[in-house]
Ligand binder design. Structure first.
Ligand code: GDP
Ligand code: MG
Length: 379
């Protein structure tokens, strides 16, 4: 196994870089940077400065202009900042150019930051395996000569270069082998899960989905009365929690709470979490939990729809507008009502209108039970 790399991000000062280009307004980019800052904090970094840069076109070597790149690096050096995080995905070539330019300063993008947070939060074997797979798939096209220490890390059998094989080829081979082993392991875990899932097949399954930090786990707790891990942090939950919840006298559901979504979620991460997300795919009803106090609620909603599409979850959905305790103006309420006419307004934290949510779930369940009238002859 690859030795766990030293955490990429520790308590170090960081710069953020966002680019204004194409359809993006600078307001939007600032919103994205605020979220990136929260991600950086979650990973343990301390953001000291954010850059936004207008771009007419993306520079193939540095994403931003080479002059600006140089300037940011100089500024970082003068403040002893060791980490620069781009909101946009950097190509393997761009990462390499930055590492040549900046030497001791690490330059990463949002994807690798999210991967880092996932790896910090993975607790179960399944989550750990999924994260390692996503990390290696992210790493593979980015392997450069600088990575030759992989040989030592992976040690032992099969790590020596064969005839005519360069070090970089050896590294790629090792990573590919590890990827294929991880996939086999995940298949095995998934098969074990399958039996449990089959056992639950006769139950009506409801899945909580939503942007990270929307309040899914809090809602799970207030619906089920059970202890669920809640934290004002992005991606506090990576694994799926399932609870049986009695909605009323005649309705019981299996409620699941799982990993949150976020914009620009790395594709290989979504792919490797497919088995965790199966709970969502196979549910009868998906509750989309939104933070109604967030200015980015429309973007959040769109991100969730995109990810659900991505994983092939085509079930019926209900929209839950959470955190209504934070709505202070009637204008805001009207705005939300207009945007989501069928939305169910609740506060998971203050236990407000949880009953109306339960009623709505029960109604949907009844609708799913098709009533048929049969006339049977006596014989
Ligand atoms: P998750 O990432 O979607 O599972 O979100 P959590 O349930 O962990 O909650 C994220 C943060 O939002 C926590 O600090 C919660 O206390 C807070 N939160 C959740 N629901 C509400 C709510 O209805 N009102 C308010 N004010 N805060 C809430
Ligand atoms: Mg959670």
């Amino acid at each position: 196994m690859i030795e766990k790399k030293e955490s990429t991000i520790s308590t170090e000062d960081a710069f953020l870089v966002g680019a204004v280009f194409g359809e993006l307004s600078s307001d939007k980019v600032n919103e994205h940077l605020e979220e990136l800052e929260l991600l950086a904090k979650t990973a343990g970094a301390n953001v000291v400065h954010s850059y936004t840069q207008k771009l007419n076109r993306i520079n193939p070597s540095f994403f931003i202009g080479p002059g600006k790149a140089q300037l940011i690096i100089e500024h970082a050096k003068s403040l002893n900042v060791k980490l620069i995080i781009f909101d946009d995905e950097l190509s393997p070539a761009q990462i390499k150019n930055f590492s040549n330019l900046s030497k001791s300063i690490k330059v990463i993008d949002r994807s690798s930051l999210i991967l880092e947070i996932f790896s910090q939060h993975a607790k179960t074997k399944e989550a750990k395996t999924q994260v390692e797979l996503a990390q290696l798939e992210y790493l593979l096209p980015r392997l450069t000569r600088a990575w030759t220490h992989l040989e030592r890390q992976m040690g032992g059998i099969g790590t020596r270069a064969g005839a005519g094989e360069t070090q970089i080829e050896v590294d790629r081979r090792l990573v590919r082998t590890r990827i294929s082993n991880l996939k086999k392991e995940l298949d095995k875990i998934d098969k074990e899960r399958e039996t449990q899932r089959k056992k639950r097949l006769e139950n009506y399954k409801v899945a909580l989905t939503g942007y990270t930090n929307a309040g899914k786990s809090t809602l799970m707790k207030s619906l089920s009365g059970s202890n669920v891990f809640i934290q004002n942090q992005l991606f506090a939950t990576l694994d799926t929690t399932i609870r049986s919840v009695k909605i009323d006298k005649s309705h019981t559901i299996l409620l699941s709470d799982t990993v949150g979504f976020i914009r620009k979620l790395p594709h290989n991460l979504v792919a490797s979490f497919r088995s965790t997300l199966k709970e969502v795919i196979e549910s009868n009803l998906i509750l989309i939990v939104l933070d109604s106090s967030s200015e980015s609620i429309e973007d959040h909603f769109q991100t969730i729809i995109n990810v659900l599409d991505d994983i092939g979850a085509k079930k019926q959905t209900r929209i839950v507008l959470n955190k209504i305790d934070l709505i202070k103006s009637k204008a805001r309420f009207d705005f939300l009502k207009n945007l989501f006419p069928d939305g169910i307004f609740v506060s998971a934290l203050d236990q407000l209108r949880i009953d109306s949510l339960k009623e709505s779930i029960a109604k949907t369940m009844d609708k799913d039970h098709v009533e048929i009238e049969l006339q049977l002859p006596y014989d």
